[in-house]
Design a protein around this ligand. Structure first.
Ligand code: SIN
Length: 294
């Protein structure tokens, strides 16, 4: 465990996740304190701040200290804030799939997937609607050495098509029965190859980087050939002891590292409203574990 001079850190699970107390994010943090927040993110992979009172502008200002913020394709942004993605489900909605409802790393379908995301709770159901995260360093490190060697040399094809392609799982094309406005366009079907195992640029650790939302197949293999091993990896990555689970309250902020985690939004609160605002922090092209993969 790192030592922190400017923060109070309380881990919430053995695998990942820590709550940071005694910080007011509505005001700019001094640089030394912010650098400790960044260290805590690298150490705990997802960090939580409770009881914050943030305007959309303050949310943008805090999260942009981690890097430039992205405008997310397919989903209508908050009015006046192109880099805030409102994650919403209304009490009358019964979706077959909620937004973020399968394990994923945000926007892994991009050439340069985001470094991280910062999600701020505004309207929270009285029960349900928790978010879970899983530690992808641990998912990789607990594989056998032989399988690690195989995966180190593989790439995987990622795409937004199953979520945002025509008839995609979360597309509603502005249907007023849905609070979120999620539309498909031609970008949904483009494909990108990323290493199956990526090296984290800050920690140097290897993390598994395939997910059941956006990964289609291994590069150079058919979907049928890829599916058995991918399904094993998805199940392995979601083992309960690799996860943490966060109970939201209004004013909670979660910041996570998309390079070494996956997350999932629980869809267990029919009959209640839920609204959170997400900013998404730009990242780099994933670095492969094997030099033969570029
Ligand atoms: C997301 O996947 O960005 C949303 C997570 C959540 O709603 O809990």
């Amino acid at each position: 465990m790192n030592t922190y001079r400017h923060l109070e850190i309380h881990p919430i699970a053995g695998a990942l996740g820590a709550e940071i107390r005694g910080v007011d994010l509505s005001r700019p943090l001094p640089d030394e304190q912010f650098e400790e927040v960044r260290s805590a993110l690298h150490e705990h992979l997802v960090i939580f701040f409770r009881d914050q009172n943030l305007t959309p502008r303050q949310h943008v200002e805090f999260s942009s200290r981690f890097g430039e913020l992205l405008e997310v394709p397919f989903v209508r942004a908050l009015d006046g804030f192109p880099t805030i993605l409102p994650v919403m489900k209304g009490k009358a909605e019964k979706t077959r799939r909620n937004f973020g409802g399968l394990w994923h790393s945000d926007m892994s379908y991009s050439e340069k997937p985001p470094l991280g995301s910062a999600l701020y709770g505004r309207v929270i159901p009285p029960y349900g609607g928790d978010t879970m995260w899983a530690n992808m360093y641990r998912a990789y490190e607990t594989l056998s050495d032989r399988l690690k060697q195989v995966l180190d040399g593989l790439g995987a094809v990622h795409s937004a098509v199953r979520s945002y392609g025509a008839g995609g799982a979360v597309v509603n094309n502005g249907d007023p029965a849905h609070k979120m406005d999620v539309r498909t366009d031609e970008r949904a079907s483009s494909e990108v190859v990323h290493p199956v195992v990526r090296v984290h640029p800050a920690t140097g650790r290897k993390a598994l980087y395939v997910n059941s939302t956006y990964t289609l197949r291994f590069d150079g293999m058919t979907q049928e050939e890829s599916e058995p091993l991918l399904q094993f990896l998805y199940q392995h990555a979601a083992r309960p002891e690799f996860t943490c689970r966060f109970r939201w309250s209004p004013g909670s902020l979660a910041v996570w590292d998309n390079r070494c985690t996956q997350h999932l939004a629980m869809n267990d609160y029919d009959g209640f409203d839920r609204e959170l605002h997400r900013t998404t922090i730009s990242g780099d092209r994933p670095v492969p574990a094997s030099r033969t993969l570029q």
